[in-house]
Ligand binder design. Structure first.
Ligand code: SF4
Ligand code: SF4
Length: 293
């Protein structure tokens, strides 16, 4: 079984404990307009352009004119010689396929670097878009004695099946309100909320992440909404096993949207000063522990 990955590399303690090999899996079932990895959304990958190298020589079909790629022409070009035959730097496909064996070998070789409780983190995109392959990779990493973390949006109906194969579970919860969630991400939050309850009751180490997005989920009313949600959904868990982290909005992905040929539709803005502190205080009132990583 193969896995499509759009980015791989090490980071320290950002997506799980210690030093970790973090694999970003291609494909997502949501399309959040603030996404910092828009190249990870389409399961089949997307053509990314590099402005300084993009010229007519990149495409034998005349799809590049005046430094702009006409993606309408690409849509009817299944053989894609620009990436399959030509050596050029102006256009590349966002992802590559790896067999599970290849990934396991890479992880085995990286074992000496997994210090301070480190290991492998699978993130996205959304990992559950490649659910069966992810499950197999996690099982086999476990058999190799490698510490496993996942970061997911919690929306897969069979997410629970991964619980025995993951040491650290990181899950994004973007909104407590289904209509708002659908309007902004294109997907319902119902499975995420169900999984939130199930996973926090069954898994010993869960981090819930909420990105604070201006105009979407960062009002005082929203702080109350999240507090009610977490109070209700994680009530059966030992509070020591579940923590919440509020993340500040940033525009790191803006340039990548352009590389994907898409408009970045978020207006200028940032999480207002004091917002994160307000949310954290609100959670504390309800006995919900918060951390910052
Ligand atoms: S997919 Fe590549 S080769 Fe085909 S039209 Fe687009 S840029 Fe040209
Ligand atoms: S769920 Fe995450 S990866 Fe998917 S579109 Fe939203 S921010 Fe991007």
């Amino acid at each position: 079984m193969d896995i499509r990955i759009f980015q791989k590399g090490f980071n320290y303690a950002q997506d799980g404990t210690g030093n970790r090999l973090v694999m970003h899996l291609q494909g997502c079932n949501m399309h959040c307009p603030w996404c910092s990895n828009p190249e990870g959304m389409p399961l089949n990958g997307v053509l990314l352009t590099e402005k300084e190298w993009l010229d007519e020589s990149c495409c034998p079909k005349g799809a590049v004119k005046d430094g702009v790629l006409d993606r309408g022409i690409c849509a009817s070009c299944p053989e894609k010689p620009c990436i399959n035959r030509y050596r050029q730097k102006g256009i590349r496909l966002s992802c590559q396929e790896y067999s599970i064996e290849e990934l396991l070998q890479e992880c085995e070789a990286a074992k000496p670097l997994f210090f301070e409780g480190g290991g492998v983190t699978l993130t996205g995109g959304e990992i559950s878009v490649q659910f069966e392959a992810v499950k197999e990779l996690l099982q086999r990493l476990g058999a190799c004695g490698i510490h496993r973390a996942i970061e997911c949006n919690g929306s897969h109906p069979q997410m629970e099946a991964l619980i025995p194969h993951v040491e650290q579970w990181i899950m994004d919860v973007k909104h407590y309100d289904e209509e708002k969630h659908k309007a902004w991400t294109g997907a319902s939050n119902q499975w995420t909320l169900r999984n939130l309850e199930r996973v926090t009751q069954a898994h010993p180490d869960v981090l819930i992440r909420v990105p604070l997005i201006p105009g979407f989920n960062d009002s005082r009313e929203d702080a109350d909404g999240f507090a009610r949600l977490f109070r209700e959904k994680i009530r059966g868990s030992s509070t020591s096993n579940t923590k919440v982290e509020f993340l500040l909005y940033h525009e790191y992905g803006r340039g990548k949207w352009a590389q994907c040929g898409r408009a970045y539709e978020m207006g200028p803005g940032r999480t207002a000063p004091g917002t994160r502190e307000y949310f954290e205080e609100k959670m504390a009132e309800w006995g919900i522990p918060c951390i910052r990583t």
